[in-house]
Ligand binder design. Structure first.
Ligand SMILES: *[C@@H]1O[C@H](CO)[C@@H](O)[C@H](O)[C@H]1NC(C)=O
Ligand SMILES: *[C@@H]1O[C@H](CO)[C@@H](O)[C@H](O)[C@H]1NC(C)=O
Ligand SMILES: *[C@@H]1O[C@H](CO)[C@@H](O)[C@H](O)[C@H]1NC(C)=O
Ligand SMILES: *[C@@H]1O[C@H](CO)[C@@H](O)[C@H](O)[C@H]1NC(C)=O
Ligand SMILES: *[C@@H]1O[C@H](CO)[C@@H](O)[C@H](O)[C@H]1NC(C)=O
Length: 942
């Protein structure tokens, strides 16, 4: 194995030095009722290497945690994640070329053992202290032992999302002068077709351990005799009252306990808002041993601040604190027994399924077009909050508003970050494996294990756990109980009851596809017809009449709700590629355009090679002359492709998601789309809007160009210009200007505006409308033309630009000819391609980049000037450190910019690593500039 060494902000990849402390006994900081602490570190070893049985191993001081175990100084890790954290593997090696394929998978076909020693400080609580061991899912299933006692077996503790609570009071010892405690978890191997894991389908190579292990925290909670077993906080839409519902259990084996409860609501900063009053039970309850009761409290919050998704407003958050005390009937005294706090927000999400079975979401009563992308965790399920926050900020920076989690519900922290940033989250169960193993699912690989009674039990525990974890978060857009398939009736009733019991208020969607639905839920209103591979920009607009389309052929186009679709794309730039590809792999990219590649989808997948993308690239942009030429052309192709998809959807939104005479011919408005995908689980060559090393390139800035809050969009099929306003309330006079030039010499062929003596244009929030039905001169384009659309805030004399968007168009404004009848589930072939090959012969443009003295809260302002009478095409800017390595994460106000002759633009760059407080990151010193006809230069930021 060989791996290149690079500096730079690569989160997750630091190899930890072996932490001697992880072998030590960890003191769990529990001192008051309701305190919770995670087991902070684990020793792991294969069961094949351990002769002692797990019960014996779990005795304090059991000798075997000596040097043969791997010490992972993290609270949660899959087996591979633990081995990475322990330094047994490092991911620079694993991710390089095809090194991952060489790992011995057989070692993961036996159970692995996790062990940790811990002590409990332990102050007595409420006369009778209890210790609750809480799991949040262990893949695929586990036996758990503490101090020689088995506290859970693999029948109960089953599934990656099966969270359970075990009262381990009688097994643990408390206090300084005991020999402490030890826990052993025996995690069983995972087969995606037999077990409830987190599968990757055709996304990327599977982790060698199939994600087995303690991937989420195991915590210990200290309570008195009463414990809060489950609770929810709900609002009445965007107003009060707040309702708190809790199930409380008497943990004692003898003696009844009186229950008292109180709750309070405060702002996130702690300022008090309201105290709750008990609604039920109306008289104090005595709980018999083992018995539970439900308590309901309400708090009136006067004129609450409403939570909005980022594009529509602020994200005010509130906290609800619940405290349960045990009361003694003889002495009128109460003693705190358990407490818990949840954050929440005042927002309401609803959904209707209407025209053509298309789902339309509304947030706070306003129709909300979902513009999202499919999120994946790291392939080894390693969690890094700063890294996720960079993902979330990138998502919002592109103008997207939602991430879809297909069976990858991540860690609880994800939802907190999404709440804080105003990013909507659409979680749900995953396709194509055990999670959808019902008899009518013919698409599953064999041999798959159809659900048994025990599997329904696991599904129930999983749904209850995830619902409880997510329920209170305002960022939740809904829950997809099915993906490619829909749950059977028994699973549906388990899921919907679990969600209802958890106080779930967001929509429940039957499935992400149109294949079918359970009666109890009705149609999901989402479509999943692809594409998943490259299609030309006009694909999205080529809607003859979707209301009457009878075959699936055009179903991917921009109408209805596409739950996962996109033109593939996302090739990383050279700096990232060199981190994970060998010289031979790099050569393959442009010398072997049809070859199966390890960093694409797996060998069994339709996406193992880049044939469709490359064929189009060769035809449209011309055979690459070098690796750099190939990579620049991939960025142009990606930019063009991602922009068109999102522009197609925003252009076809209509008026508040309803058909509007002003929009184009679509009779079914485009109510949402989830791009496939946002990111890669590892360094991938496709299906990502930014790469694993967090470098944003063509695909990213294509989306960003499409999704301004107010924007102008070119409809490739109708050759019309559409005005899009995605704001909540931005109105006023607007002017759209369209300028068309010949790319080769800059000759002006058209220059029109919407501002005429007869009419001015006004902006309408949450709508799209055609504002220029045609552009003169397009048909007379002899070769490649450049179309610049500008949206001005005001009349034609206004100089505030709200949006500027440049398109490269083929001769005559023609588009690629699609062969719709030959569509497959992943792409629609092209019969005849448009050619941009003459761009290879453009005269060089003289572009300068200078640092201005302007500083803004958003970073450094640079001035980009084209001094030539020819356009400067596709000029990219890259922030680098002294060694020339990429500085990531990074935020550019705009990038991959095409400048007209003598045009200048300012752009702002911000080192996001600094904003996120990432300590180990490269320091920016310079900006690299290069373009299609602009020679590479480096500008110092000093
Ligand atoms: C992972 O799951 C697949 C089935 O999806 C199975 O073929 C393979 O053997 C599993 N790997 C391990 C290490 O258990
Ligand atoms: C909930 O809000 C609606 C108005 O949105 C109001 O009519 C209703 O009375 C409220 N419910 C309660 C319990 O206050
Ligand atoms: C307009 O929307 C913004 C958020 O996008 C919000 O801050 C502002 O209060 C809104 N104004 C009105 C009048 O609703
Ligand atoms: C408990 O409080 C009630 C009301 O304050 C009082 O009437 C009763 O005597 C008290 N009982 C004891 C045992 O203190
Ligand atoms: C289009 O017309 C406007 C207004 O006259 C002018 O400012 C602009 O430079 C023209 N655009 C081009 C590309 O010539």
């Amino acid at each position: 194995m060989r791996s290149p060494i690079h500096a730079g902000a690569v989160l997750l990849t630091a190899v930890s030095t072996v932490d001697a402390a992880s072998r030590a006994t960890h003191t769990l900081p529990l001192s008051a009722a309701g305190d919770v602490a995670a087991i902070p570190a684990w020793d792991v070893q294969s069961s094949a290497k351990i002769t002692q049985d797990p019960a014996a191993l779990s005795k304090p001081g059991a000798a075997s945690t000596s040097s043969s175990w791997h010490h992972a100084p993290v609270s949660r890790c899959t087996v591979m994640g633990c081995l990475l954290a322990a330094g047994v593997y490092n991911d620079s090696d694993l991710f390089f070329s095809d090194n991952l394929a060489a790992i011995d998978k057989a070692q993961f076909q036996v159970p692995w053992l996790y062990r940790s020693a811990f002590s409990l400080g332990g102050l007595p609580v409420g006369g009778s202290t209890h210790y609750l061991l809480e799991t949040n899912g262990i893949t695929s299933r586990a036996d758990i032992y503490i101090n020689g006692h088995q506290v859970a077996d693999k029948v109960t503790q089953s599934g990656a999302y099966g969270g359970h609570v075990y009262d381990v009071t009688s097994a643990v010892s408390v206090g300084g002068n005991t020999s402490g405690n030890a826990i052993v978890v025996r995690a069983y191997p995972t087969n995606y077709l037999q077990d409830f894991g987190l599968g990757f389908v055709d996304w990327n190579p599977y982790p060698p351990d199939n994600g087995t292990g303690v991937w989420r925290d195991i915590t210990v909670r200290q309570t008195g005799p009463l414990a809060i077993e489950a609770w929810s906080v709900t609002t009445n839409g965007t107003s009060g009252p707040v309702m708190i519902k809790a199930t409380v259990r008497n943990l004692e084996t003898t003696g009844s306990v009186g229950v008292a409860a109180e709750a309070a609501v405060s702002r996130d900063d702690g300022s008090a808002v309201a105290t709750a009053k008990i609604v039920s039970p109306s008289t104090p309850v005595q709980l018999a041993p083992g018995q539970t009761t439900q308590i309901v409290l309400t708090a009136d919050v006067a004129s609450p601040a409403v939570w909005w998704p980022r594009q529509w407003g602020e994200q005010p958050l509130y906290k609800a604190m619940l405290k349960v005390s045990s009361s003694s009937s003889s002495s009128n005294t109460t003693v705190a027994s358990d407490t818990s706090t949840k954050s929440f927000g005042f927002r309401q999400v609803t959904a209707t399924v209407s025209i053509g079975d298309d789902i339309l979401f509304s947030i706070n009563g306003r129709p909300f077009q979902v513009l999202g992308a499919g999120y994946t965790p790291d392939v080894f399920l390693r969690w890094d909050a700063a890294r996720f926050e960079a993902h979330a900020r990138y998502t919002l920076d592109m103008g997207l508003n939602t991430i879809r989690l297909e069976g990858k519900m991540e860690q609880p922290e994800l939802y907190k970050i999404a709440d804080r940033l105003g990013l909507m989250v659409l979680p749900g169960w995953e396709c194509c494996d055990k999670w959808e193993a019902w008899s009518y699912n013919d698409d599953l690989p064999k041999p798959v294990a159809i659900w048994s009674d025990a599997d329904y039990t696991t599904a129930n525990a999983s749904m209850r756990h995830e619902a409880a974890m997510q329920q209170n978060h305002p960022s939740l857009l809904g829950f997809l109980v099915g993906s490619d398939y829909w749950p059977d009736d028994r699973a549906t009733s388990i899921y919907t009851k679990a969600l209802a019991d958890a106080g779930w208020q967001a929509p429940i969607v039957a499935s992400a596809a149109k294949a079918g639905y359970p009666k109890a839920l009705g149609p999901g209103g989402m479509k999943m017809p692809g594409p998943y591979d490259w299609v030309p920009p006009n694909y999205w607009y080529d809607i003859t009449d979707p209301a009457t389309v009878t075959d699936d052929a055009r179903y991917g186009a921009a109408f209805g709700f596409g739950s996962e679709q996109g033109p593939g794309g996302g090739t990383p730039t050279r700096s990232s590629l060199e981190r994970f590809l060998s010289a031979a792999d790099l050569d393959d990219l442009w010398h072997a355009p049809n070859k199966g590649l390890y960093h694409m989808s797996t060998a069994v997948s339709s996406f193992h090679n880049r044939s469709i993308f490359n064929t189009a690239l060769w035809q449209r942009y011309g055979a690459p002359a070098s690796l750099d030429d190939y990579l620049l052309k991939t960025q142009m192709a990606d930019y063009e492709a991602t922009r068109a998809e999102f522009e197609g959807f925003v252009a076809n939104w209509g008026s508040q998601g309803a058909v509007s005479a002003d929009t184009n011919s679509s009779k079914r408005p485009a109510t949402g789309v989830v791009y496939w995908m946002l990111n890669g689980a590892w360094p991938a060559l496709h299906w990502a809007l930014f790469d694993y090393y967090l470098h944003p390139a063509g695909a990213y800035y294509g989306v960003k160009a499409a999704l301004g809050l107010e924007s102008v969009v070119y409809d490739y099929v109708r050759r019309a210009v559409v005005l899009v306003n995605r704001s909540r309330n931005q109105t006023g006079v607007r002017t759209v200007r369209a300028e068309l030039i010949s790319a080769s010499d800059g000759t002006v062929l058209a220059n029109v505006t919407t501002d005429t003596k007869e009419k001015t244009l006004t902006a309408t929030p949450n709508s799209s409308k055609v504002v220029l039905a045609s552009i003169p001169g397009i048909a007379s384009l002899k070769d490649v033309g450049l179309l610049r659309l500008t949206l001005l805030d005001g009349d034609v004399y206004a100089n505030k630009i709200l949006c500027r968007n440049v398109y490269w168009l083929g001769a005559g404004g023609r588009v690629d000819t699609l062969d719709w009848d030959s569509s497959s589930w992943f792409a629609t072939p092209v019969k005849e391609y448009v050619s941009f090959q003459s761009l290879d012969k453009l005269a060089a443009a003289n572009v300068t980049v200078t640092m201005t003295s302007a500083t803004t809260a958003n970073g450094t302002v640079l001035l980009l000037e084209n001094h030539s009478s020819v356009p400067a095409v596709f000029v990219s800017l890259n922030l680098v450190d002294a060694a020339g390595n990429d500085v990531t994460p990074v935020s550019w106000s705009d990038n991959y910019i095409t400048l007209f002759p003598h045009e200048s633009r300012t752009v702002t760059v911000q080192d996001l690593g600094l904003v996120l407080g990432i300590a180990e990151r490269a320091r920016s010193t310079a900006v690299q500039v290069v373009g299609k006809n602009v020679v590479k230069a480096t500008i110092s930021l000093a």
